[in-house]
Design a protein around this ligand. Structure first.
Ligand code: AKG
Length: 265
């Protein structure tokens, strides 16, 4: 084990998510906030970045466009500074290695900005969106709190143990460009969600099949979460190319294998 304890890995295997306090220190946090604020201001920071406007805030005329951003997808992927200082730094990869194994490919980032008044995320499993293009369960997200993430601000909530069952998803992106529908055959009210409140600088890592959601932000402070996503180097490409992810994945540690993610001819 490189960074986590046996108990932490046991909790990860049981629950499908793991909270890690002080994942970045105060100086690193300030740096990450500065980088993310710069990326938001560039609107869009990169030609491949997807800017997602919060549907609840879209028609507001009293706030700037950037204050309506629900999320930026593949933005931080374009920042060398962010890659070097956070995404691919040894501490981050040590934790990821303990959970995914030695071969790690960095996929991308999704920054959930959740401004004041911003909407929540429907219950879903991330792999329902990814598995179409890249097969395998060795995928995880590191959700890093850039602001305190509380119930009032719409923190993330997870169903412990739900990573063991794969559910059918309604992937209709005309309904919601970001989430493409929710888990269809479940009543979220019947699920036992555990809310994970975080201090800025803490992270919560979740398995790609763990059911999770988040509430709306009913506070007057934004709740930004920088999510970086890692795949095991054993995940394979399917024959369906992704239209919404055109970057190259970044081999981060260990090996890449023919036909598997991160392998380019
Ligand atoms: O941050 C949120 O509100 C939602 C996060 C989420 O759905 C995810 O990381 O997949």
């Amino acid at each position: 084990m490189k960074a986590l304890t046996v108990d932490e890995i046991g909790a990860w295997e049981r629950n499908g998510f793991l909270r890690v306090e002080n994942f970045v220190d105060a100086g690193e946090l300030a740096n990450l906030r500065r980088i993310m604020e710069g990326l938001v201001e560039q609107d869009p920071p990169d030609e491949n970045t997807i800017v997602d406007i919060d549907p609840v805030l879209a028609d507001r005329t009293d706030i700037a466009r950037t204050e309506k951003f629900r999320a930026l997808l593949h933005a931080a992927h374009a920042s060398t500074e962010l890659l070097e200082t956070y995404t691919l730094r040894p501490k981050t990869l040590d934790v990821v290695e303990d959970l995914l194994g030695p071969d790690i490919v960095y996929y991308t980032d999704q920054t959930f900005l959740k401004p004041p008044g911003g909407s929540g995320a429907p219950a879903h499993q991330d792999n329902a969106y990814w598995d179409v293009f890249w097969s395998g369960k060795g995928k995880l997200s590191v959700w890093l709190a850039l602001d305190d993430s509380t119930m009032e601000r719409g923190c993330t909530q997870f169903v412990p143990g739900s990573h063991r069952e794969v559910l059918q998803h309604d992937r209709d992106f005309s309904k919601d460009a970001l989430f493409g529908g929710a888990v269809p055959d479940l009543d979220p009210d019947q699920l036992d969600f555990e809310a994970v409140e975080l201090k800025a600088g803490d992270a919560c890592i979740h398995h790609c099949e763990t059911i999770h959601r988040s509430g709306p932000n009913v506070s007057d402070h934004s709740r930004r979460g920088l999510v970086t996503i890692y795949f095991s180097g054993r995940c394979t490409y399917t024959d369906q190319p992704s239209e919404w992810f055109t970057h190259r994945m970044i081999p981060a540690r260990g090996h890449v294998y023919p036909g598997c993610v991160g392998w380019y001819e």
